[in-house]
Design a protein around this ligand. Structure first.
Ligand code: URA
Length: 247
């Protein structure tokens, strides 16, 4: 049994705020199992009840999948005694027991991070075997040369510890104090992009993830904001995109 308050159930869809949900309920636009329900604090069972808003049935998901635009300065952890974590940023109405970040971005890295309470799903998208791609914009304190692009393409030997899988690097813009590059990885080793650039004497000064699988970061999310993924977006995240790394 998976019971939740009616207003929370409606706002969990990501289409309405908790306040909107209360208004819809008060106006008699919400039915539970075909009967108008005017109490926001009524409980509904997500496994067995049908909830409609203006006649449209809600998809009551057993698990929650959130897209966060991670800001700088927060850690990709569930809890931390001293530092703010990505889970601390989740508003009450989207909070679920057991929510955790599916993967990690460094404290100073920004952009797309998925939070979920679905361990199997997280395992799927993070499994190295799956090769779900991640796309980043990286600003470095110097010039991205053809030699570096070629090395990313074939695999970079990182501090004699490991050689990366082929990845894709392209120049996005060149600025006085350094270049912006786009990096596409299909693995996620610790500090991978920073360490790859360090191998060529470059420091990454900004790092922002814009895509995972086929899912793009929603540009309308301010840093620190999150929203639930739609069912289609959950699918996109779990879809491999074949990029020809070796061309
Ligand atoms: N590579 C890094 O170096 N840091 C990140 O946060 C992600 C990829």
């Amino acid at each position: 049994m998976n019971k939740q308050r009616l207003d929370k159930t409606i706002s969990s869809q990501g289409l309405w705020s908790r306040k909107d949900a209360k208004t819809l309920i008060r106006k008699g636009l919400v039915c539970v199992n075909g009967v108008v329900q005017k109490s926001a604090d009524a409980y509904v069972d997500w496994d067995s009840d049908t909830v409609t808003v203006e006649g449209k049935a809600l998809q009551l998901q057993q698990h929650v999948y959130l897209m966060l635009n991670k800001p700088k300065g927060v850690v990709s952890a569930t809890e931390d005694k001293e530092q703010t974590t990505v889970v601390d940023l989740v508003p009450d109405e989207l909070m679920r027991k057991g929510l955790f970040p599916a993967g990690r971005l460094d404290k100073d890295t920004t952009g797309l991070l998925i939070l979920t309470d679905d361990g199997d799903f997280a395992h799927e998208i993070l499994s190295p075997k799956k090769h779900v791609q991640k796309v980043y914009l990286a600003k470095v304190n110097g010039s991205i040369t053809d030699e570096i692009i070629e090395a990313f393409r074939t695999g970079v030997n990182v501090h004699n510890e490991y050689t990366t899988l082929p990845s894709k690097l392209s120049v996005v813009s060149r600025e006085e104090d350094g270049d912006w590059g786009k990096v596409i990885l299909r693995e996620g080793m610790y500090h991978q992009i920073k360490r790859m650039f360090v191998s060529f004497g470059l420091k990454v000064v900004e790092l922002h993830r814009i895509r995972m699988g086929r899912l793009d970061l929603d540009e309308s999310l301010e840093p620190g904001q999150c929203r639930p993924l739609t069912a289609e977006e959950v699918q996109l995240l779990n879809t491999r995109e074949e990029i020809a790394f070796e061309d």
